[in-house]
Write a protein that binds this ligand. Structure first.
Ligand SMILES: Cc1cc2nc3c(=O)[nH]c(=O)nc-3n(C[C@H](O)[C@H](O)[C@H](O)COP(=O)(O)OP(=O)(O)OC[C@H]3O[C@@H](n4cnc5c(N)ncnc54)[C@H](O)[C@@H]3O)c2cc1C
Length: 392
């Protein structure tokens, strides 16, 4: 939607093909990082996002014994920086309402099955195209990537999560992403996410519970009381929150992939967002990177003298940043979700001191905030307190 808005408003004729008949929000709450907020600002949605979401000042991750594992505050990087917990539905609604005001054409119920050149068709032979450029933005579990992408791999992680959105009227979990770990096999997180679209109370939080994908079915069979007992065993403070959890149906399941591509382009087809660089959600970066992809592409098209030059500019601008985030996400995930117990112990021993030591704390904060440009440089913070992203 971000790409469709920005490109159509720049004068391109844009058709957005979406498989769902009725576009609707799906999925867990999101942490929007300062870089994602920059893109929302570029779309004119910053103030509305702040109203809908919950301001997040940093992360407080602890072992089940209460020892600090992650203690990071955006304000230590720049006092004006912060994140925003947002219902996925709220982000969807903001973008969807914005899309309606843009001159792009939205075609729903169009489940793309094949792309030949720039001609697109569904399994029942509905057709669109040819186009000058096709953007493939069909998410981490993309069906289109297989036959079209340059050399790539996209294995599903063995670990996923259950998540549910619950009210937190006493705001016990306000202002921070709270996490509790027992080794790397047990992890729970609570993210304040503000108000659901059409909702009244801006005190919602999303609860995440990590588990092996292969164990999701068995966990459902064991039932809600068993799951609550497991959660309370590592994090007793969850008790008031769990009171509003009355059915297992309140939980949804998420699985993720580790997508790596040798390049983001083949001829006149460009891969954006999770489809190109899906990762585990440990860094809370996927949606932010997808937003930045779209806005960078719009910037490249506005500046370059030809489509080929614009695609080249897009790739060179995004590649180094995406490589860093993909690498760190891949490297970090086993510290949070994995089977090798010593990795969890190593995390508990080393991450706390790394958060306290100024140089490593700064490096961790630049990763968290999305402001790392590559291994050596960071994005500067603008006068308005948001990161300056190239071409955006
Ligand atoms: C549990 C969990 C927590 C997360 N937390 C965070 C977080 O805190 N912060 C963050 O930044 N990111 C987070 N993420 C990652 C984030 O959700 C993704 O990075 C983001 O949604 C990617 O956006 P996208 O537009 O690339 O893909 P998607 O959001 O997956 O959108 C893909 C779109 O393509 C459509 N589509 C798919 N196939 C077809 C087809 N064949 N034809 C037509 N349309 C099709 C779909 O219907 C959908 O509308 C989290 C992910 C998970 C699973």
């Amino acid at each position: 939607m971000t790409a469709a808005i920005l490109l159509s408003e720049a004068g391109h004729t844009v058709t957005l093909l979406e498989r769902f008949e009725r576009p609707q929000p799906l999925g867990a709450g999101l942490l929007i990082q300062p870089t994602g907020l920059r893109v929302l600002q570029r779309l004119g949605l910053y103030d509305d996002a702040l109203k809908a979401g919950a301001r997040v000042e940093g992360i407080d991750g602890r072992s089940d014994l209460g020892h600090s594992v992650l203690d990071l505050r955006y304000g230590d990087l720049d006092r004006r920086l912060h994140g925003l917990g947002l219902h996925r539905g709220a982000l969807f609604t903001l973008l969807f309402e914005r899309l309606k005001r843009a001159p792009a054409t939205l075609v729903t119920g169009f489940d793309v099955a094949s792309i030949r050149g720039t001609n697109i068709s569904t399994a029942d032979n509905r057709k669109a195209g040819p186009f000058d450029l096709v953007l493939i933005c069909d998410g981490a579990h993309s069906r289109l990537r297989g036959g079209l992408a340059p050399a790539h791999r996209a294995p599903v992680y063995a670990w996923g999560c259950f998540w549910a959105t619950l009210p937190d009227p006493e705001r016990r979990f306000a202002a921070l992403l709270h996490q509790r770990f027992r080794g790397n096999r047990h992890m729970a997180g609570v993210l304040p996410v503000g108000v659901a679209p059409g909702g009244d109370n801006n005190d919602d939080v999303t609860l995440f519970w990590s588990l092996r994908v292969a164990e999701m079915k068995a966990a459902r069979m064991r039932g809600l009381d068993s799951l609550k007992a497991e959660l309370l065993d590592i994090w007793p403070d969850l008790e008031p929150l769990l009171a509003s959890l009355t059915s297992f149906d309140q939980f949804s399941e998420a699985t993720y992939r580790d997508v790596a591509m040798s390049g983001f382009r083949r001829d006149r087809v460009l891969f954006l967002g999770d489809c190109a660089h899906g990762m585990s959600p440990q860094l809370g970066m996927g949606a932010n990177l997808a937003l930045a992809d779209a806005a960078t592409l719009a910037g490249a098209l506005a500046r370059a003298s030809s489509l080929d030059a614009a695609l080249q500019l897009f790739e060179t601008t995004r590649r180094r940043t995406l490589l860093v985030y993909s690498f760190v996400s891949r490297w970090l995930t086993p510290f949070y979700q994995g089977d090798a117990r010593p990795v969890g112990w190593l995390r508990d021993l080393t991450f706390g001191p790394a958060c306290a030591f100024p140089p490593t704390r700064r490096a961790m904060l630049t990763m968290l905030s999305g402001t790392r440009r590559d291994w050596f440089a960071t994005f500067p913070i603008g006068d308005d307190g948001l990161p300056e992203l190239p071409l955006i």
